[in-house]
Ligand binder design. Structure first.
Ligand code: AMP
Ligand code: MG
Length: 501
């Protein structure tokens, strides 16, 4: 799968200060946001830029090292047509109503025309205090900004719906977390950053006029095809439910764990949003919790599909006054299980290189997850190496078989799998090609991000660029980068990812 070529047409913007910003979000009434200026950071520098993200808005990445670019995307200068603002929202955090939250450290610069004819909003994350900062300092640390930057772009390259990340800038300004770290600003891009919690905000404040305005705005801008429906709000809920179910299946299929699936982190467009203590599954454990502050495991790997549904119900509750009846709201939510199951089933078939459906396929999948669980087998390596299995010979099985301590368990499952492949006359070469296009070789393992972060904290940003380079083609062999596909080193077993960011 090839990433798009960098934009090099005559439409390239070379001056960040004169980007043609508009702000569709600001057509909503003032209660939805506060206009404000970002707070400058001292002596900012460029940490990383995504040429692919820049291409989406026709911005020439070659100018990313200029003072003008760095100043605009740190919040030290404002583009001529940008009128920055922070938006209000609320949400359920860890299943509990948390009341008002809002852009506590994110500042929306406005939206820009995208190369594909759509529009993309640009948002600075970590650009200073806002009226919604509550106890926070309005800042983000370099560590978490690099993680969000790398993962947003890596997810996009995996073909998973996500917000994008244009760049990260850093400053030596100190930010206090568990330890003292340095500040950074990540610039995110998305058609919209509106969350489930944006709707809950008006519902729980009993302001149904604003609730309706928000829903109408979202439908008009992002779901115009629903305008003609007899109950567009019900259709909106049904469509968001469908997208969320599909997104959950896509996360599960690559072993992505979000870590903080609060309703304020759920995109109304069904995008992966707000990268915090996320992780990619390594040694398989369905109960794995990537966020070490989530002691109950509410957001563990195996819980994600259920929580996605829980969040849709929370959205449904908020939309109930617009939809009009509990029956219609329930009807809009009803297809979640079937939507998830269908997508999950399709993705699992693809991951195993199966082109037909057979009655016992679920048993094959269950047995596979059972041996992965029992052996704590590396998720990414397992599926990638599975593509090398040959139907009529086990001569090439070793690299795959070596991932298991219990070789007999693997052999038993492989026998089942081979029989299944024979059943559909699967051809080795074609199947491997298809599987390699769906089972990534390279994912953003925690330790890879950590190595890049450690270097960046010493002002060496080369590893970030290297990871970007590798992760933008996650399905390609790139044999020169083989070691980036390896099992994590021993020291990585002790890495803990906290919510602090
Ligand atoms: P999160 O868990 O990162 O999605 O954040 C939850 C809420 O806390 C959101 O409203 C954020 O804007 C806000 N928040 C998180 N960190 C900070 C910070 N350092 N300063 C201000 N607000 C923050
Ligand atoms: Mg958030």
């Amino acid at each position: 799968m090839n990433a798009p070529a960098p934009f090099s047409g005559s439409g390239d913007h070379t001056d960040a200060a004169s980007l043609p910003f508009a702000n569709a979000f600001a057509t909503l009434p003032p209660a939805f946001f506060t206009r404000l200026q970002p707070t400058p950071l001292p002596h900012p520098y460029l940490v990383g830029v995504s040429a692919d993200a820049a291409a989406l808005i026709g911005l020439d990445p070659a100018v990313a090292d200029s003072d003008a670019f760095i100043d605009i995307f740190t919040g030290n200068a404002i583009a001529q047509q940008s009128k920055p603002l922070a938006a209000v929202y609320s949400g359920h955090q860890f299943g509990v109503w948390a009341g008002q939250l809002g852009d506590g450290r994110a500042i929306l610069l406005g939206d820009l025309p995208a190369r594909d004819g759509s529009r993309l909003e640009l948002q600075l994350k970590g650009a200073g205090l806002t009226p919604y900062s509550r106890m926070g300092d309005g800042r983000a640390v370099l560590r978490s900004s690099i993680r969000e930057f790398l993962c947003s772009e890596a997810m996009a390259a995996l073909g998973i719906p996500t917000t994008r990340a244009l760049c990260v800038t850093g400053s030596d300004a100190q930010v206090r977390r568990e330890t003292v770290e340095t500040a950074a600003v990540a610039t995110r891009m998305s058609p919209s950053f509106i969350r489930f919690g944006s709707f809950e905000h008006w519902y729980y404040n009993k302001r149904h006029d604003e609730l309706k305005l928000l829903a109408d705005n979202v439908i008009a801008n992002f779901y115009p095809e629903l305008l003609g429906e007899d109950n567009p709000y019900r259709s909106l809920l049904a469509e968001v439910t469908r997208r969320t179910a599909h997104l959950m299946a896509q996360w599960q299929a690559v072993g992505f764990m979000h870590g903080v699936m609060n309703t304020d982190n759920m995109s109304i467009l069904g995008l992966t949003l707000d990268y915090g203590p996320f992780g990619f599954m390594e040694a398989f454990d369905a109960r794995h919790i990537c966020n070490h502050t989530d002691q109950q495991g509410r957001y563990s790997y195996q819980m994600q599909p259920r929580i996605g549904q829980w969040n849709c119900f929370a959205l449904g509750q908020a939309l109930l006054p617009l939809i009009g009846s509990v029956e219609d709201t329930e009807a809009a939510l009803a297809s979640y299980d079937a939507d998830f199951a269908a997508k999950n089933d399709a993705l699992l078939h693809a991951k195993l290189g199966l082109t037909t459906r057979q009655p016992d396929d679920d048993k094959l999948f269950e047995a596979m997850f059972a041996i992965l669980q029992a052996g704590h087998v590396d998720f990414t390596l397992f599926f990638r190496r599975l593509g090398d299995l040959r139907v009529e010979s086990n001569a090439g099985d070793e690299p795959l078989r070596d991932l298991f301590i219990e070789r007999a368990a693997f052999d038993a499952w492989a026998q089942q799998y081979r029989a299944r492949l024979r059943h559909e006359n699967s051809a080795d070469a074609a199947r491997k090609l298809a599987m390699d296009a769906t089972n990534p070789k390279y994912v953003l393992r925690n330790y890879l991000a950590q190595v890049a972060i450690d270097k960046a904290q010493q002002k060496d940003f080369s590893e970030i660029a290297k990871l970007q380079h590798i992760l933008r083609r996650p399905f390609d062999e790139q044999p020169e980068h083989d070691k980036y596909a390896d099992l994590p080193p021993d020291w990585a077993g002790h890495l803990e990812v906290s919510c602090s960011s």
